[in-house]
Design a protein around this ligand. Structure first.
Ligand code: F6R
Length: 617
């Protein structure tokens, strides 16, 4: 996620801004910049790459002044570049803006309000700077209000104006923003680490609020301009836990972030009855020509592909093959111009996946990338890209990127399925409405009492050596990711099996030492999965029918109780169509892995032997 800073006060503004940006580096970024206002002029310095590039440039010609804004950018619209870096200016350089989030209707705003405007960047943010400057008639606050009235999307914004050197205007909707309170000075940041060196008193701006930030006061208002009561909080975190938003690990922070990332990946892509995807320009004929799809990926992204197989076969009615990237390229797969190859990669830099994309292109296939990193190698070398907009994922174990990959696959499935005229439109409507409910349903799963249930279950796994996951169909795909998560961070051996396949050999391994996690979210196979779970239960019993030791846990939808009373734990996920249940099912499995690893005292964010980005083959 982008990082925002702002300052007004007597200190060396450049140093305060750079220091704040440095404290936000952990959030990940691809470029950085600052703007400082002095003598009726806004000076901007911004550079692609490390903050050091910006520092070096400023060392040569420092910017002086007592009011300024700064930004570290994580690209969403437009490649990482000097031009696309923030701050962005209005056409006459009167207004400077930094922004975190996504302006969903930026194209509409350009076409409707800003015809004839020339833009220096490809960003959605520059549109906001132009709009504010266009609406500005001497009242900055009113210009921001008028802009917010026509903008849709998520944002944290800080606005500075040449004619108003004593005030910064900030606002936010669904993106974080904090105002730090000093004596005769005030600070703005998207996250508290940026201001901890200066103050521990802060105002957390509510979504939909604005604030006028002066040196000696802060006035918070609602959108209509009605003044709100300032609620001042005391920051108690140390610098390290502040980086993690108060969570003990990035992994759990990122698990919680899914409430927002579900929203982000959907942002601006669902329109009443259909899906729109930017960066894709294909005709009906081209899509109709495809006779098969390959999904190529590694690890967690491969597991997303396994769910994608069911999604795309249902929406496009053509065969889909999912391949581990390191195998794919050496297999001489049957690819030609009638094949779509989808490569999935959070980082966009995984060497095996990148090589898979290259092979596929060389064989004449169209290559569509699903990735989180704008401008990554895989994004650049593919014909089309769907970005996850999940923000940087710092924990080695992938969580929020995985669920965003799943949601992206639903969007892609409906987009192409519609183009080819193969989608059941009633089903599409039902699924799109259900996808829109996912953020609030994720929040339900992450409520404290549900978390406590998982914390208690995880305690039972502390000394376990082997654990089995079972499921059928999409549930089988889901448990493969659940097992990988547990293996990589808790170091417990876990196996994921197609529930109906156990009896062909693996059942021999089941005893009262092997706990079982059974996921049963598909109506069609619910009874069958329950029978398979019972088969396992009976292998765990002693001669009196008692089970001592290992436990059985089932994950079901609300109201779908398992038949056997021997089952020890039932985790319920909120009701949703079976087709999209993998997204919600992922969360309890991530939590089981997290809390088990926590109980076992593992190095959760940096598990042994693993790296976040695997750039070797
Ligand atoms: C597991 C994990 C890895 C990655 C894999 C591919 O939690 O993160 O299995 O999914 O290394 O990485 P990307 O998606 O960056 O290509």
């Amino acid at each position: 996620m982008c990082g925002i800073v702002g300052y007004i006060g007597p200190r060396d503004t450049q140093e305060v801004l750079l220091d704040g940006l440095e404290k936000l580096e952990y959030r990940g970024y691809d470029s950085a910049g600052i703007a400082i206002l002095a003598d009726h002029h806004i000076s901007v310095e911004k550079h692609r790459g490390e903050l050091a590039n910006l520092r070096n440039a400023l060392a040569k010609h420092p910017l002086k002044g007592h009011i300024g804004i700064g930004h570290t950018r994580w690209a969403t619209h437009g490649q990482p570049s000097d031009q696309n870096a923030h701050p962005h200016l209005g056409p006459e350089g009167k207004i400077a803006v930094v922004h975190n989030g996504i302006i969903e209707n930026y194209q509409y705003l350009k076409d409707t309000y800003l015809q004839g405007h020339t833009f220096k960047s490809q960003t959605d943010t520059e549109v906001v700077a132009h709009l504010i400057e266009m609406f500005y008639d001497g009242d900055l606050f009113a210009a921001v209000q008028r802009t917010l009235a026509v903008v849709t999307g998520s944002y944290a914004l800080v606005v500075m104006c040449v004619d108003d050197p004593d005030e910064l205007i900030v606002t936010r909707k669904n993106s974080p923003l904090v105002i730090g309170l000093g004596e005769g000075e005030n600070f703005i940041a998207s996250d508290v680490p940026a201001m901890l060196a200066y103050t521990r008193r802060c105002i957390y701006l509510e979504s939909g609020e604005l604030a006028r930030v002066y040196r000696d006061k802060v006035v918070v208002t609602d959108l209509a301009g009605n003044v709100q009561k300032n609620i001042v909080d005391e920051i108690e975190w140390d610098a390290q836990s502040a980086e993690k938003g108060g969570y003990p690990h990035f992994m759990i922070k990122e698990i919680y972030e899914q409430i927002a990332t579900f929203q982000q990946v959907l942002s601006g892509r669902i329109h009443a009855d259909h899906v729109e995807l930017e960066n894709i320009d294909l005709s009906k004929e081209e899509v109709e020509r495809w006779d098969k799809i390959y999904i190529v990926a590694c690890g967690t992204a491969y597991h997303a592909g396994l769910v994608g197989k069911t999604i795309l076969e249902k929406t496009l009615r053509i065969p889909v093959f999912v391949e581990v990237a390191s195998e794919f390229r050496y297999r001489d797969p049957m690819i030609d111009e009638n094949t779509l190859v989808i490569v999935i990669s959070q980082s966009g830099e995984t060497a095996d996946t990148l090589e898979g994309a290259r092979e596929a292109k060389a064989a004449g296939a169209k290559v569509l990338a699903i990735t989180n990193v704008v401008g990554s190698s895989i994004a650049r070398e593919s014909d089309m890209v769907v970005y996850l907009w999940a923000g940087p994922e710092i924990s080695v174990a992938s969580t929020k990127a995985y669920t965003s990959m799943l949601i992206a696959l639903y969007l892609i499935g409906f987009y192409f399925g519609d183009l080819a005229g193969r989608v059941d439109l009633r089903k599409e409507q039902e699924t799109l409405r259900a996808l829109e409910k996912l953020p609030e349903q994720a929040a339900e799963i992450l409520e404290q009492d549900r978390i406590q249930q998982i914390v208690d279950i995880a305690k039972e796994y502390v000394d376990v050596e082997d654990l089995f996951y079972i499921g059928r169909g999409m549930d089988w795909a889901v448990v493969q990711e659940g097992a990988l998560k547990l293996k990589e961070i808790s170091y417990i051996h876990a196996e994921a099996y197609a529930a109906g396949e156990l009896k062909h050999g693996t059942l021999a391994l089941i005893s009262n030492k092997t706990p079982v996690i059974s996921v049963a979210l598909q109506e069609k196979t619910f009874d069958k999965t329950m029978s398979n779970t019972e088969e396992m239960l009976s292998r765990m019993m002693d001669e009196n029918g008692d089970i001592s030791g290992a436990r059985v846990l089932v994950v079901v939808k609300e109201g779908h109780k398992p038949i056997s009373d021997k089952i020890h734990h039932v985790i319920e996920i909120p009701d949703c169509p079976d087709f999209i249940s993998p997204v919600l099912a992922a969360i309890p499995l991530q939590l089981i892995a997290y809390f088990t690893a926590l109980e076992r005292g593992c190095n959760i964010d940096k598990p042994r032997n693993l790296a976040k980005s695997v750039t070797v083959e």
